[in-house]
Design a binder for this molecule. Structure first.
Ligand SMILES: O=C(O)CCC(=O)C(=O)O
Length: 213
């Protein structure tokens, strides 16, 4: 019992210059986060987008905030409107923005005010190949990445594909922040293993906060 409690205590690990892993940082707000997520998804449903090369992504995505990340045959970009509904993306809930602001500050990035939250949904077998987040205008702002649900193997590399990535198991409530010299680090997610999470079932969600505009 004591051991289980110790595992869910928040803790911080600096993984490198500009990179911080905040274990269980989001856990205390899990109910609010999931309730807001459900509301967002009822207005802007998950969809499996197409890459510019014509591949269907295994990760289902939606967005909230002033700008939403999209991909289709025309390329990767941010859009103010959801292409599926023609409506603006749902606004960013206050609990999302506060979590991102606080997590970024813990990592040394004060005053982070994201205008975009990309929401990724992984079913067992879904993965995200290594990539850089570079569709944002201002690389001085960090990325804040929140994990909910099933654990995932996160691959966090360097500024080129040549660096061997670190392999981190991210669990429910964990938050990774990267910015400054690490802002353009390659990162990806290995195929999600099957399992069952008490709150979200056979799924993993990831909230990725960015300053896009
Ligand atoms: O799901 C994750 O942990 C990472 C998501 C990601 O890399 C992205 O949305 O760019």
């Amino acid at each position: 019992m004591q051991r289980a409690l110790a595992f869910s205590m928040p803790s911080e690990e600096r993984l490198g210059d500009g990179v911080m892993l905040l274990r269980h940082f989001a856990t205390a707000r899990q109910s609010q986060l999931i309730a807001e997520l459900d509301l967002i998804v009822s207005a802007a449903p998950f969809r499996n987008m197409e890459t510019p090369g014509g591949f269907r992504m295994s990760v289902a995505m939606t967005n909230c905030g002033a700008a939403g990340w999209v991909t289709d045959r025309r390329g990767y970009r941010y859009e103010a409107h959801d292409p599926a509904t023609g409506l603006p993306w749902p606004p960013m809930p206050a609990v999302f923005a506060a979590l991102a602001l606080e997590a970024a500050a813990r990592a040394g990035f004060d005053g982070f005010t994201p205008d975009s939250c990309l929401i990724n949904r992984y079913a067992p077998g879904a993965s995200l190949s290594p990539h850089q987040d570079r569709n944002e205008r201002d690389f001085s702002q960090p990325i804040v990445s929140v994990s909910l649900g099933l654990p995932a193997l996160f691959l966090f590399g360097g500024p080129t594909r040549a660096e061997r990535p670190r392999r981190l198991t991210l669990e429910h409530g964990d938050v990774v922040v990267w910015g400054g010299p690490a802002r353009l680090a390659f990162h990806g997610v290995a195929k999600l293993a099957d399992g069952a999470h008490t709150l979200v079932g056979r799924l993993r969600y990831n909230l990725t906060f960015r300053k896009a505009l």
